[in-house]
Write a protein that binds this ligand. Structure first.
Ligand SMILES: [Zn+2]
Length: 347
C-alpha cells in the first residue's frame, strides 16, 4: 500500500496520528504538537501527559478556554490557539483547523505533510455546518452512527421541535433538560437562537462554560448558578430552564416543585431512531438529538470529500466503525479500514 497509510493512524491508545509531528485527541510520545478537537472526554485522553510532554497543545481559542473550565492547565508557553482556517507550520508540516458542527469550539484537522501528502481528521461532527475536507490522501473519520438503520430523518427540524417542547413546557412551569457536557452548552445557544428567553439554571461547571462562551462572543443570556441567591429567586418564579447532566435523569422525580409547579423533564439522546419526540409521560419527553452525523450524513460527507483512503475510528466507533468501513469500500469504491485493528485494507 501507499505511503500515506503510515502517516495517518488511529493508535491503540485512541490517539490519532497525523504525520510524525502532530497527534490528536490522545497521547503518543515524541510528537511536538497535541491537538484537541473538542472537549469531550473521549477526545481529551491522557491530556495531562501531553501537557507535560508535548511542546504545544493546539486547539481553537474557545476549546482551550473550555479545557481550563474542565480543570486542565495549559501553560501559556504551550498554548497554541488556532482560529479556524489559520495555518501554522510544525517542523515542515502545515496544520490547519476547520469548522466542525459538534459542540462549541469543535474543529476538524488538516495536515499538509512536508512530502506533499494531505491528511485529515474529522473529529466528531454533524451536518450541515461542518467544512468538508477535500483532496485528502487519507481521511480519518468518526462514525459513531455508521450503521444503516441509525438515521434521524428529522435532523433538519429537530432544533425547532426541541425549542417548541421547551417553550410549551415553560407555559406550565420549569423545564429541566438532561444531556452531556458540551451538548448542554450547544443547546443553550440553540434555545437562544430560537428566542427562548427564560433564565438558565445551571451548576457551577456549566456556569463557568457559559461565561467562557459569552467572552467568545456567543449569546448565552441570563444564566444563574444553583445555590446562589439569584437561583432561589428564579426557582421561586417557576419560569426557568434547568440543565442537568445526563446521569441525573434517573433522579428526575426527586426534584421538588417550584412555586407549586411541577417541572417538565426533557432527555436528549442520540440513540432514539423511531421518532423525533417521544412523550413517555405527561411531563417527560425523550428528544432524539445528537451532536453526531447519522448514517446518511456520514455517507454524504465521504461521497463529497472523496478521500483517496478512509480510516474509520474504531477506538470510538465500536461495531459501527467496522460496518461503515465495509460500506464505504463496497458501495463508494474508496479503500477503507478500521483502526486500531489488525485487519487488512478491504477493497
Ligand atoms: Zn464529541
Amino acid at each position: 500500500m501507499q505511503r500515506p497509510l503510515e502517516a495517518a493512524a488511529v493508535l491503540e491508545t485512541g490517539a490519532i496520528m497525523l504525520g510524525s509531528n502532530i497527534v490528536a485527541d490522545g497521547h503518543a510520545p515524541g510528537f511536538s504538537v497535541r491537538v484537541v478537537t473538542h472537549i469531550h472526554q473521549d477526545h481529551i485522553l491522557d491530556l495531562k501527559k501531553s501537557i507535560r510532554e508535548a511542546s504545544f497543545i493546539a486547539a481553537t481559542p474557545l476549546t482551550l478556554d473550555l479545557l481550563e473550565v474542565a480543570g486542565y492547565r495549559v501553560p501559556p508557553s504551550k498554548r497554541l490557539a488556532l482560529p479556524y482556517s489559520v495555518s501554522v507550520s510544525v517542523d515542515g508540516d502545515v496544520l490547519t483547523l476547520r469548522q466542525a458542527n459538534h459542540v462549541p469550539g469543535a474543529a476538524e484537522i488538516v495536515v499538509e505533510l512536508s512530502n506533499g501528502h494531505r491528511i485529515g481528521y474529522t473529529g466528531d461532527f454533524k451536518l450541515p455546518g461542518t467544512d468538508i475536507l477535500y483532496e485528502l490522501d487519507v481521511l480519518v473519520i468518526d462514525a459513531t452512527y455508521g450503521v444503516e438503520e441509525w438515521v434521524r430523518p428529522w435532523q433538519d427540524e429537530i432544533d425547532i421541535l426541541l425549542a417548541d417542547v421547551v417553550q410549551e413546557g415553560l407555559m406550565h412551569g420549569p423545564v429541566y433538560i438532561y444531556g452531556y457536557y458540551g451538548k448542554i452548552e450547544e443547546i443553550m445557544l440553540l434555545l437562544r437562537r430560537h428566542d427562548v428567553d427564560a433564565p438558565f439554571l445551571v451548576n457551577q461547571r456549566i456556569g463557568r462554560s457559559a461565561a467562557v462562551l459569552e467572552r467568545h462572543g456567543y449569546r448565552v443570556g441570563d444564566v444563574v448558578v444553583d445555590g446562589t441567591r439569584e437561583a432561589l429567586e428564579v426557582k421561586r418564579s417557576g419560569w426557568y430552564i434547568g440543565f442537568r447532566h445526563y446521569s441525573s435523569w434517573r433522579r428526575r422525580r426527586m426534584l421538588p416543585p417550584s412555586n407549586g409547579l411541577r417541572p417538565v423533564h426533557v432527555l436528549l439522546t442520540g440513540w432514539e431512531f423511531r421518532e423525533p419526540l417521544r412523550r413517555i409521560s405527561p411531563r417527560e419527553w425523550i428528544v432524539s438529538f445528537s451532536d453526531h452525523a447519522d448514517f446518511r450524513q456520514l455517507v454524504s460527507y465521504v461521497e463529497e470529500a472523496r478521500p483517496r483512503m478512509l480510516i474509520v475510528d474504531g477506538y470510538r466507533g465500536g461495531r459501527a466503525a467496522a460496518y461503515f468501513a465495509s460500506y464505504v469500500s463496497k458501495r463508494l469504491g474508496i479503500p477503507a479500514t478500521v483502526q486500531p485493528s489488525t485487519e487488512r485494507w478491504t477493497k
